[in-house]
Design a protein around this ligand. Structure first.
Ligand SMILES: NC(=O)C1=CN([C@@H]2O[C@H](COP(=O)(O)OP(=O)(O)OC[C@H]3O[C@@H](n4cnc5c(N)ncnc54)[C@H](O)[C@@H]3O)[C@@H](O)[C@H]2O)C=CC1
Ligand SMILES: CC(=O)C(=O)O
Ligand SMILES: [Mg+2]
Length: 374
């Protein structure tokens, strides 16, 4: 199969979908790889490493999109890329469709085969291609929150760890999954007073056992969040219902209960965000203020630490890419339930239910779709 790796063009997105060692691996299986000029540079992998590994370096993204049978990317195609997607072309990347009807319609119209990293799912419900980026974003969420709490950055001037004689900051983490636990551990390590909210009591029981004593668990209800938010310095949004729009846990009216200069970091923004007042921002302009509360809503947080993130991401994506390339997408998803969960849109049909439901569009059940392929 001819595989293409375009350079990411989202603002300050320096990750790349394939390492030079990934090129070697795909070539070993008999495939060919085109990499766009400078695609790996931002992550510390210059073109000569890709060349040495056997990739062809291509100047323009258009040529890659035109020729490749499978495009490997990091972030979802953005508007300038919509016209490049082709009928029958496999696109293996993060899509986060539920956050964008425009993207959903564009991929549907193109007839491309969208296999989304974020919904590839193991039988235990874990999301192997999201986990490493959630680990990065969770750890960064605390770092960014601490930074924007500084007065010159617009925050209320609280040092999360406090000092002897002065109380530490209060951190609320909404969602006790991968992002939430990583954020909470970082905040607890700094000495903050941390509370994790989740709707899964088994998860809260487990977290209560394994997390340090300065992390408390709470059941996630509107009443509990409304009650506690008045004391929060930093609130981190880390919920997920796979493939679906994030639930809005913090409504606009709750902002008036908060301390002026408190900070919200909405990591769940890539699924639409879990604060009513969230809108996606970029690394160039990461924050804005609503009702005196600082909002940080960057949808590609790991893009800011591309060396760590590219290696973490490609560690997990490569084995699935090899399967798709070896077998073709139909056989690959028929033979691997994990990959089957990743198929969101194919041949103009939305086969992932939560994506169709997010926009009230027609849903074609996957089993029906697969049997129509004979
Ligand atoms: N902005 C960015 O750059 C990045 C964003 N993300 C996003 O972060 C979000 C979280 O991802 P993960 O932690 O990997 O997901 P996860 O599936 O590991 O955890 C989500 C948690 O949310 C909980 N939850 C669901 N509804 C809830 C509610 N109403 N109240 C409280 N908890 C609730 C679930 O029980 C689960 O424990 C996802 O939307 C993911 O795409 C991940 C990486 C980078
Ligand atoms: C998961 C995601 O949105 C990211 O890594 O950018
Ligand atoms: Mg504890």
């Amino acid at each position: 199969m001819l595989i293409g790796v375009p350079k990411e063009i989202k603002t300050h997105e320096n990750r790349v979908a394939l390492l030079p060692s990934g090129v070697t691996e795909l070539l070993r299986h008999g495939h060919q790889v085109m990499v766009q000029k400078d695609a790996g540079l931002g992550s510390g992998f210059p073109d000569d490493l890709y060349k040495k590994a056997g990739a062809t370096i291509i100047d323009s993204a258009d040529d890659i999109w035109e020729k490749a049978e499978m495009i490997m990317k990091v972030k979802e195609p953005i508007e300038q890329e919509y016209h490049l997607m082709r009928d029958g072309q496999i696109i293996f990347t993060y899509f986060h469709f539920a956050a964008s009807q425009e993207l959903t319609e564009a991929v549907k119209l193109s007839g491309a085969i969208a296999i989304a990293y974020e919904t590839v799912e193991k039988l235990d419900g874990s999301l192997p291609l999201l986990i490493p980026m959630s680990e990065v974003a969770g750890r960064m969420a605390t770092q960014e929150g601490a930074k924007y709490l500084e007065r010159p950055m617009g925050g209320r001037g609280v040092l999360l760890g406090g000092i002897p004689g002065v109380r530490p900051g209060n951190v609320m983490v909404l969602g006790g999954g991968i992002v939430g636990v990583n954020a909470a551990r970082m905040a607890a390590g700094l000495g903050a007073n941390v509370t994790i909210y989740d709707i899964s009591l088994p998860k809260l029981r487990y977290l209560d056992e394994v997390l340090p004593a300065n992390i408390t668990t709470m059941f996630s209800s509107t009443a509990n969040i409304r009650n506690d938010i008045a004391n929060a310095d930093l609130v981190i949004g880390a919920v997920l219902i796979p493939g679906a729009k994030a639930p809005k846990l913090v409504t606009r009216d709750m902002l008036s209960l908060m301390k002026p200069g408190a900070v919200l970091v909405d990591v769940a923004i890539d699924q639409g965000g879990c604060f009513e007042t969230s809108k996606a921002t970029t690394h160039e302009h990461p924050t804005y203020v609503v009702d005196n509360v600082v909002h940080y809503c960057v949808a590609n947080m790991p893009g800011a630490v591309p060396y760590t993130s590219t290696i973490g991401l490609t560690n997990v994506t490569l084995p699935y890419a090899v399967q798709i390339a070896n077998k073709g997408w139909v056989k690959a998803i028929r033979e691997n339930r994990e990959l089957e969960f990743g198929l969101n849109i194919a041949n103009g049909k939305i086969v992932y239910r939560d994506v169709a439901e997010a926009f009230d569009l027609e849903w074609t059940p996957l089993t029906k779709f697969l049997s129509s392929l004979n």
